[in-house]
Write a protein that binds this ligand. Sequence first.
Ligand code: B3K
Ligand code: ZN
Length: 886
Amino acid sequence: QTIVRLADYRPSDYLIDRVDLDVRLHPTETRITATLGLRPNPAGEPGAPLVLDGDELTLVAIALDGQPTGPGAVAVTPRALTLHQPPQRPFVLEIETQVNPSTNTKLMGLYRSNGVYCTQCEADGFRRITYFLDRPDVMAVFTTRIEGSREAAPVLLGNGNPVEQGEAGPGRHYAIWHDPHPKPAYLFALVGGRLGRVGSRFTTMEGRDVEIAVYVEPGKEGRADFALDAVARSMAWDERTFGRAYDLDVFNVVAVSDFNMGAMENKGLNIFNDKYVLASPETATDADYANIEAIIAHEYFHNWSGNRVTCRDWFQLCLKEGLTVFRDQEFSSDERSRPVHRIAEVRTLRARQFPEDAGPLAHPVRPQAYREINNFYTATVYEKGAEIVRMLRTFLGPETFRAGMDRYFTVCDGTAATVEDFLAAFAAESGRDLSAFSRWYAQAGTPTVAVSSTYDAAARTYTLTFRQSLPVVATEAAAPAAPQPLVIPVVLGLVAPGGGPVEAASERVRDGVFVLDRAEDSLVFGGLDAAPVPSLFRGFSAPVKVEHALTRDERLTLLAHDGDAFNRWQAAQSLAMEVLVGRARADAPLAGEAGPDGASLTAALATFLDGEAAAGGTLADPAFAALVLTLPGEQEIAQAIGAEIDPDAIWRARQTLRVQLGRDLGPRLLALREALAEPEGAPFSPDAASAGRRSLRNAALDLVTAADPESGTALAVAQLAGAATMTDRLAALATLSLVPGEARETALARFGEAYRGEPLVLDKWFALQAMIPEAGTLERVRGLMHHAAFSLGNPNRVRSLIASFSLNNPSQFHRPDGAGYDLTAEVVLALDGKNPQVAARLLTAFNTWRMVEGGRRRHAEAALRRVAEAPGLSPDVSDIAGRSLA
Ligand code: B3K
Ligand code: ZN
């Protein structure tokens, strides 16, 4: 398996300007005729052979400029078709291939999902349809004729605009689609199948009348309206916020049930995992609605950040993904509650990206080398990539940032660009040198910023000193080098000890932003009669770990009075984290639940709840309150401890604190549950305010039940029986799932029976059971693998049952006897032959293996080695296994 390096990038020796595809759909013998208009690339090597990529293709015929190629002119290997002496002028290659969509279990290229023909080409799936220069810097204008059975595939969709349709012999029909925008092959898509449709229209700010539609399994049209509406809202938002209008006459979204990831931004024809399209109050939770909206927006926004401006090579993946995640996060923040959304983003970053950056799979946001690109669709590229764009906006200010975005879209439109091109647009617009800033793309690892402060009463000055340090990370591409200081925007404010903002100036702080761009720097504020409480990294202004020895009183001041909601939440989190880490460290005595620390946290949260309620009788923002009541997750606690982790101790520490919160806050929580109850018969709304009320009610139920399982169970059973939404039903079931006994088993059995025919609901049921933090869970998961609805062939099922166990149930994945590791390794190996991408993703559960204590560590290593040494591994799994063990 070869390593691809960024440093070795060379332009293609040939370009393809035009592609005419003729696809005759057939369940097992689909024929594709590709007519490629090629020419030598002036930037390439003259006379070089033409090497087209291929993968699991059967070559039927090939012709050059209308003539069959002579003997020896072409060589075909399993992964390439080589034309030894291509003409050194424009020429046409006509290639006919055959593929079998029904046996394509990798779900890359052309495959069938529940009988629907669909495609997935990013990153390198187009070569599984025809021989091609399958690299993003080769961009062509595509025309696609799709032919299929009228019976089995009444709907035929392609990229771009529909041009023509008609009869194609007995029982067959065809449709022709033309996409005028040159694009790389990874954005190609087609769909053929029996599908239901909901549609509407959107008129762009440029006056284009666009037909938008969402296609789903027939009978599920009623569940597609929310997604359809999200498309229209995304289009309007991108016009309003970035001045970007849609550029085709149709925009189609198709939901399929077998899909390797969330969704795909194919030009004009987004293909989605149906989990991120289908929603009804009976089957989808509030979290599902929020995800659908965010992913619809994400894929739509790619039309500019990804499609109109694409990537020169796959090392530039963050150029489209980090930027597009930033854009979808901004969309959700505007459509919902900004602070609540920001907290959710940061929780994901800390639970997923920080561990990745601290483990054996760490890589820079722009990697320098890869063996298997599909393994680099990571939290680092996506989420940390989005944080870099956000920091750029903070650093430059919103107006300059917007102007830089405009310049980027204008200058790079129609090109395959690089991170350098992106930064150049902002440098030109701002007149600033961004070379130091660009280190964020190149240096892996989460930086730490240590902060100390002193108050000088005589001089009436307050000094903050910042010291940044970066871990030294070895990656495949390079030996560990001494990291250079990063440009870290610190959004800050000062709060008076009794509350209220402090107006103190420092010339180094502009618009509330201090830029830390050296290893160490200090900031002095003058004219202060008392030491203020510093509120730093407001809104999580940089993806760093902050070491800041605030006193408990200072944190209580921030929790109660900070003008920045994120830092209010952060203050509560850090109070809780102190207790949790103290109790969960391997060297900590088996602390009882009534430690003084815990008591002061519950007192702080009681004051918080009373203060919030006083604000207006009811809570101003229930969703925010629910987040304040939610303790840091097990992964986050593990990161804070850092080494020799005992996942059981972490779970126990968190559980005893939940019990304590539930007990000390019980009456308040029960009162909130009452106050926030939906009036009988109130119409359902998935909006943020209604969802926020549900989330606080359910957070209260959860804590109350932790403290008093008996009465909590009664409440949960009643909620389960009377719930009007899937959110409330599932929350009740989740609460019950943590209380062993009869009630739980009955509730689980009934739920499984009631939703027998609803795979997406059963996924929630699988996940919930896989996350029960009890020793019996392993056997439960093994048992559920034989459930009629479970299948290793469907990625959603694997993710809900197996990945929930391996990635979201730390105490059971890390069982002391190693059985959790064994189960995971076993499934990875069983899956690898079918679907290497999903298998490789599951194997990343071992990312934290070096952090756990010795006994578990040895079991984890043995399981990983078993995977690494298995014969016939896919490149995907062997890459993850190799890096995890390196
Ligand atoms: N661009 C796709 C991801 C493709 C993953 C390929 N292994 C979805 C997205 O990020 O929008
Ligand atoms: Zn994306």
